[in-house]
Design a protein around this ligand. Structure first.
Ligand SMILES: [Ca+2]
Ligand SMILES: [Ca+2]
Ligand SMILES: [Ca+2]
Length: 406
């Protein structure tokens, strides 16, 4: 079910589902029409055959770039063009985008990996490598088996990470609902999502750091321009696991896990309530029985999502695609999903206030997907999450590269 509200008539659109003829990594598509991508670490290469929807006007080639991971969580591109990846167990690695070689760079100290908690978000200092600093968000044990999350910074010497500094700690955490995607904004501030730590009311308690989008400067300090004099930038979030700035408008977008209904994409508004736990998805009363959403929304100036999905798909990472390598993807918001195990391509209207169309790609082809990253040459990387405890695809996790075929 897809709805668009916010002063507009409700529109209904169908979900475009790509017809995929390949059978996943390791499958034998050598005879399929189109190009064959060169050798890859596990010998798999695939061609996305032509079919009948938008992305099928041209061919997409995909391949396993690197394999051997255990629950990769965040893919990030350094300002100098390196591909780095975190694994939830605490490992940080660099991946050579030519050879697929994985080079471990170090472990983050005191990472607690239990259920959905562990090492999650990563972001580079905007002046990296001149300022050789990398930021991470991870879970730790505060003592007595109490899970908390923290923002840390480490120094990179060209080979490994060291000199850990804790910038912000004691952020509410739990086995699940830890949020923790981390990005640097055009204002050179760090933005990161926090989950409600399975305590829904934290999301609307302004003194709590749970269920929020937080903003701090590159030293972890509260900027004077924050709305409440704390790290809190926006509130009313359940478990946002995707966060990205629109490269042209500079606005911040998130993906957010709903409960058993209403997964969301949001445009984050400074200082505003984004609804959770009183509002699921859009402000209307009838979609979840028992919620008096409309009145609450009026009284609390709630920001509605751009789109909501029921049944849920479990959205994870997201990134904007601006480039010519896959021309019809230009301007799209790409989003991975865990439960639905697909890559979504969302298009926005001209002022980025609602989702104009959506396309579902690679559904079920690679298993659960945790993150998506657009590379410097218009290639797209996906991280699988089949070792996270909920996967059904055997074997190690991998990074997959998608390219437009010439
Ligand atoms: Ca990322
Ligand atoms: Ca919401
Ligand atoms: Ca609702």
């Amino acid at each position: 079910m897809v709805r668009f509200l916010g002063g507009r008539p409700i529109l209904w659109i169908g979900v475009l589902v790509a017809v995929l003829l390949g059978n996943g990594c390791g499958g034998d598509d050598q005879s399929a029409p189109g190009i064959v991508v060169g050798s890859v670490p596990d010998g798999s290469s695939e061609v996305q055959p032509a079919s009948s929807n938008a992305s099928q006007q041209f061919q997409l080639a995909f391949q396993t770039l690197a394999i051997g991971f255990d629950t990769p969580w965040d893919l990030a591109l350094s300002p100098s063009g390196e591909l780095w990846v975190t694994e939830r167990r605490g490992i940080v690695s660099r991946v050579d985008t030519s050879s697929g070689q994985i080079t471990p760079l170090g472990s983050i100290p005191d990472v607690l990996e239990r259920s959905e908690s562990g090492l999650m978000g990563m972001a580079f200092h905007p002046d990296f490598p001149a300022a050789p600093l990398v930021y991470f968000v991870h879970s730790y044990d505060r003592g007595g088996e109490i899970i908390r999350n923290r923002l840390v910074r480490m120094r990179y010497d060209g080979n490994s990470l060291h000199s850990l500094e804790v910038l912000l700690d004691d952020i509410p955490g739990n086995l699940n609902h830890n949020g923790s995607r981390l990005v640097v904004g055009p204002d050179r501030m760090l933005y990161f999502s926090t989950g409600d730590a399975q305590a829904p009311n934290l999301a609307v308690e302004l003194l709590s750091l749970g269920g929020k989008i937080l903003r701090v400067d590159l030293d972890g300090k509260v900027p004077t321009t924050n709305p409440f004099g704390t790290e809190v930038f926006s509130f009313g979030h359940r478990n946002p696991q995707g966060l990205v700035f629109h490269p042209q408008t500079g606005e911040l977008f998130s993906t957010e896990h709903g409960p058993s209904d209403n997964d969301e994409v949001n445009r984050i508004v400074r200082g505003r309530n984004h609804g959770w736990p009183e509002v699921h998805g859009f402000c209307q009363d009838e979609d979840v029985p028992g919620l008096a959403e409309a009145q609450y929304c009026r009284e609390n100036n709630v920001v509605e999502p751009l789109i909501a999905w029921t049944p849920t798909i479990a959205p994870s990472g997201c990134d904007f695609y601006f480039g010519t390598a896959i021309p019809i993807w230009n301007g799209s918001l790409l989003m991975t999903t865990l439960r639905q195990s697909a890559l979504y391509r969302l298009t926005l209207n001209s002022d980025a206030t609602f989702i104009a169309s959506q396309e579902v790609l690679f559904e079920g082809q690679f298993g659960r997907l945790r993150d998506v990253l657009v590379g410097p040459r218009g290639e797209v990387y996906l991280a699988t999450s089949n070792r996270d405890g909920r996967g059904t695809v055997a074997g190690a996790d991998r990074i997959i590269r998608i390219q437009g075929a010439p």
